[in-house]
Design a protein around this ligand. Structure first.
Ligand code: NAP
Length: 326
């Protein structure tokens, strides 16, 4: 059997993404063959493409997809042909019509969650879970600051933080995104670039500052984020949309009130099968709560993956982005 898939042979801009055809062997003993129904696009895919996170080349790309099981390896006992599943881990290569995936990373879809919804929320929702429940566990009435509040992770984290009882201050890049963040429940929205963010955050929090900042922008916002925290506050710096954070002096944390900084990554929070299933169950519970919206802002055929990467990096997307296999 053959499959169409996207690979890179060199690092670079979206032009290095190539749609190719490749032979797909039968699944190994611990694997299943999946026909993808929806593929999740994530900002980390751009770090792999540019070489910010280096990989041996050539390589497939993509960490997240939903699909239907077509064939099952001989050692797989808990999954069957025809079952719908989702994953956000294992080796890269989700940008494909079909692929073999190790059964250990697959999670069956609960009733009422279709492939598109699953691929739109799985990686971004598991990330929101660990950010809000593990890195800095949000408490009722905490004020928290969330960057890219209308983006993929942001649109889920915004709603989840509200469900946990927080006051959410969102930062966004445009008026349209501001309206979207308000619809998703943000109590206050600040337009990036148009205001003195620490001053505005202090005004909104009665001079105190926020308990936590969830910062996915990275290099351009790191020091601003520290300036927004209350004493003993936590900066969760979890992404590099503007580039990787540069080295800083720990004395900066003392100066601003004995602050904490953590730089987490999803894999460490779902490292065991048990942890993955616990996090997935929490995510699916959250999705089943009243008024939770999954915003799929845009879909691109797999063959238009270059346009999808270009739009994500140029801040033209909102909510989750899907690649649609042929
Ligand atoms: N550590 C982890 O475990 C983990 C897991 C998942 C995702 N992440 C990180 O979370 C972030 C969000 O991922 P996502 O896939 O949901 O993407 P996304 O938020 O949908 O897209 C990125 C957004 O970042 C904002 N942004 C601010 N400055 C930017 C810049 N210089 N260039 C590009 N975008 C900029 C833009 O929103 P505005 O226009 O509103 O500013 C843009 O829409 C990424 O940084 C990603 O690396 C980390």
């Amino acid at each position: 059997m053959t499959t169409r898939l996207v690979r890179i042979h060199a690092y670079g801009g979206p032009e290095v993404l190539r749609l190719e055809t490749s032979e797909l062997p039968p699944p190994g003993p611990s694997e299943v063959r999946l026909r993808h129904t929806a593929i999740g696009l994530n900002f980390i895919d751009t770090y792999h493409r540019t070489g910010l996170y280096p990989l041996p080349l050539p390589t497939g790309l993509g960490r997240e997809a939903a699909g239907v099981i077509e064939d099952v390896g001989e050692a797989v006992t808990d999954l069957t042909t025809g079952q719908a599943v989702v994953y956000a881990g294992g080796p890269l290569g989700a940008y494909a019509e079909r692929r073999n995936v190790d059964a250990s990373v697959l999670v069956p879809l609960p009733a009422g969650v279709d492939g598109e919804r699953a691929a739109a929320v799985f990686l971004k929702g598991l990330t929101s879970w660990y950010l809000l429940r593990r890195s800095y566990p949000v408490k009722p009435r905490d004020a928290v600051l969330l960057y890219a509040a209308a983006g993929g992770v942001g649109s889920l984290a915004c709603q989840w933080a509200k469900k946990l009882g927080a006051t959410v201050i969102g930062i966004v890049g445009s008026e349209d995104k501001a309206a979207l963040a308000r619809d998703l429940g943000a109590d206050h929205v600040i337009l990036a670039g148009s205001e003195d963010i620490p001053a505005e955050v202090r005004r909104l929090t009665g001079g105190e500052g926020v308990a936590a900042v969830y910062d996915s922008v990275g290099r351009d916002t790191f020091m601003t984020s520290l300036d927004c925290l209350r004493p003993h506050g936590v900066l969760v710096t979890f992404g590099n949309a503007s580039g990787a954070v540069e080295p800083f002096a720990p004395a900066e944390l003392a100066k601003r009130g004995s602050l904490y900084v953590t730089r987490p990554t999803l894999d460490h929070f779902v490292a065991t099968r048990e942890a993955l299933l616990e996090a997935s169950a929490a995510l699916f519970d959250f999705l089943s709560m009243p008024d939770v919206t999954v915003r799929i802002g845009q879909r691109y055929p797999l063959a238009e993956v270059r346009a999808a990467h270009g739009d994500l990096e140029a801040r033209r997307t909102t909510g989750s982005t899907l690649l649609v296999p042929g």
